[in-house]
Design a protein around this ligand. Structure first.
Ligand SMILES: [Ca+2]
Length: 475
């Protein structure tokens, strides 16, 4: 472990020195205004059901348009399949074992009281920083990060939901999916886009970092009827599932996998209506993104602004019977990520693996800011010049509910390998032959000898990456 840490620190220092040198270079011939702006767009629970990711039905013309402006990452993974842990990791540049945030009520400041978060780092380097909508998880905003617009501190951290606050936060009543009763203009993401456009107009002549957080398609899956009209229910396909799909999934992996249909399996009709509702929410969010991108066009900001867009975690729409994030399968961990940056490739696709802990150092490199030594990720900025360059050898994700057992997962270009409960259960999927992860090779006695060296190598990758080596003895 000491070896791993010292190597990481060394790499961090080298990256910091390089970034510092480039900053000096910039300072000679340019004033602070030459620094690129950052427009950081976070979408809650957005999986890769998007046109530009190859979905046959979902209409996302504005996400696709942004992909045409930059590089779309086909191999991007979150480091935790849940809002607060994923965002705390991304925004501190540390893995979840370092942030200590594994459920939505954990505060990263308990483990990292001196953390300099991503927007705070930009602020400390002279940027005007602000946000609208959800960037940090609700109740855990970083007041030091924002020049203006910090959220009110903890008194409001764990609000008791009321019909009014539910409506204000989620845009509807307690219904979990279906057409929204609210007018589109009153819905939170519509208001978020309107406010974000005002912020761009007001601060376009400063070096800015503006965070914009859209909350759809987070549950409840409510969107205006217009967006349901895009998806006739007879066109909705249920996921392909073999009849014995869950038989070879360890029970440790089958907990907490329903935000929808908590009382039991949906009927086919209910399942289709829920999927349709998710798609409608994606298209509604996409329309709000479109308004924001129109403002970037109108204000001619593309040549001076890095636009980064991501979904904070994925979401299952019935695969393995799951209707939630909360899993270490592809659907919950594979996320959309698009970066459009001045002078970088446009309309390109990077297929190499990257993970969300890499976003912080990447934005530092692109903006010419020093890379803080504690960051655990690696900048993927080179892929914006050369999208065909290789990504990481492996990316990592982990999951544990408060009363559950920890799971640690490694994903390489070919394999996904997951260990639960300190290795008491495991899963191995060959994603080249089995992209839907239907066949857990660890549970198949026929091929055990063949996969033994693969398991051994992937276990070593897990052990080298995670602090809680012999996974499960930590948290
Ligand atoms: Ca989320």
């Amino acid at each position: 472990m000491r070896h791993v840490l010292s190597r990481r620190t060394l790499l961090g220092s080298l990256a910091g020195a390089a970034a510092g040198a480039s900053l000096l270079g910039r300072a000679r011939g340019a004033d602070q205004k030459s620094r690129p702006n950052v427009l950081c767009i976070a979408v809650d629970d957005l999986n890769t059901c998007l046109g530009c990711y190859g979905h046959p039905l979902v209409q996302s013309p504005n996400v696709d348009r942004l992909a045409g402006r930059g590089v779309r990452f086909q191999g991007a993974y979150c480091n935790y399949p849940l809002c607060n842990p994923s965002r705390s990791s991304l925004l501190t540049g540390r893995r979840p074992d370092a942030t200590g945030v594994i459920v939505n009520s954990d505060d990263y400041r308990a483990a990292l009281p001196d953390a300099v978060t991503l927007p705070a780092h930009f602020r400390q380097n002279g940027y005007y920083t602000t946000h609208v909508g959800k960037i940090f998880h609700a109740g855990f905003d970083d007041p030091s990060a924002w020049s203006e617009g910090a959220e009110k501190p903890p008194a409001a951290r764990r609000p008791e939901w009321t019909p009014e606050s539910l409506r204000a936060t989620f845009g509807g009543d307690r219904k979990m999916f279906g057409p929204a009763e609210q007018n589109e203009n009153e819905m939170p993401d519509t208001r978020t886009a309107t406010r974000a456009i005002e912020l761009l107009e007001k601060h376009r002549n400063e070096s800015f970092f503006i965070g914009v957080g859209f909350i759809k398609p987070h549950v409840p899956l409510l969107a205006p009827q217009t967006y349901f009209d895009l998806y006739p229910v007879e066109k909705i396909q249920l996921p392909d599932r073999p009849p014995n799909d869950r038989a070879d999934i360890p029970p440790q992996a089958l907990r907490m996998n329903r935000d929808l249909f908590v009382d039991g399996d949906p009927t086919e009709q209910q399942a289709k209506e829920a999927i349709r509702s998710y798609y409608a929410c994606v298209s509604y969010m996409d329309a709000q993104l479109g308004r924001l991108l129109d403002a970037v066009d109108r204000l001619a900001l593309w040549d001076s602004t890095i636009v980064v867009f991501f979904g904070d975690n994925g979401f299952h729409l019935g695969e393995h019977g799951f209707w939630a994030k909360h899993s270490l399968f592809e659907e919950a961990t594979h996320c959309p990520l698009i970066v459009a940056a001045p002078g970088k490739k446009r309309g390109a696709v990077a297929r190499g693996l990257v993970e969300f802990v890499d976003i912080y150092p990447t934005l530092c490199e692109l903006a010419g800011l020093p890379v803080r030594p504690e960051l655990e990720g690696r900048s993927f900025a080179p892929l914006l010049d050369n999208p065909d360059a290789p990504g990481k050898e492996a990316v990592f994700c982990q999951f544990k509910e408060a009363w559950g057992v920890p799971g640690y997962s490694v994903r390489t270009p070919r394999w996904r390998y997951t260990e639960w409960d300190g290795g008491r259960a495991a899963e191995l999927y060959d994603l080249e032959k089995d992209p839907r992860e239907h066949h857990n090779l660890v549970r198949d006695p026929a091929g055990l000898a063949e996969i033994k060296p693969v398991v051994s190598r992937l276990h070593a990758l897990l052990a080298a990456n995670f602090r809680a080596v012999e996974m499960g003895k930590g948290k």
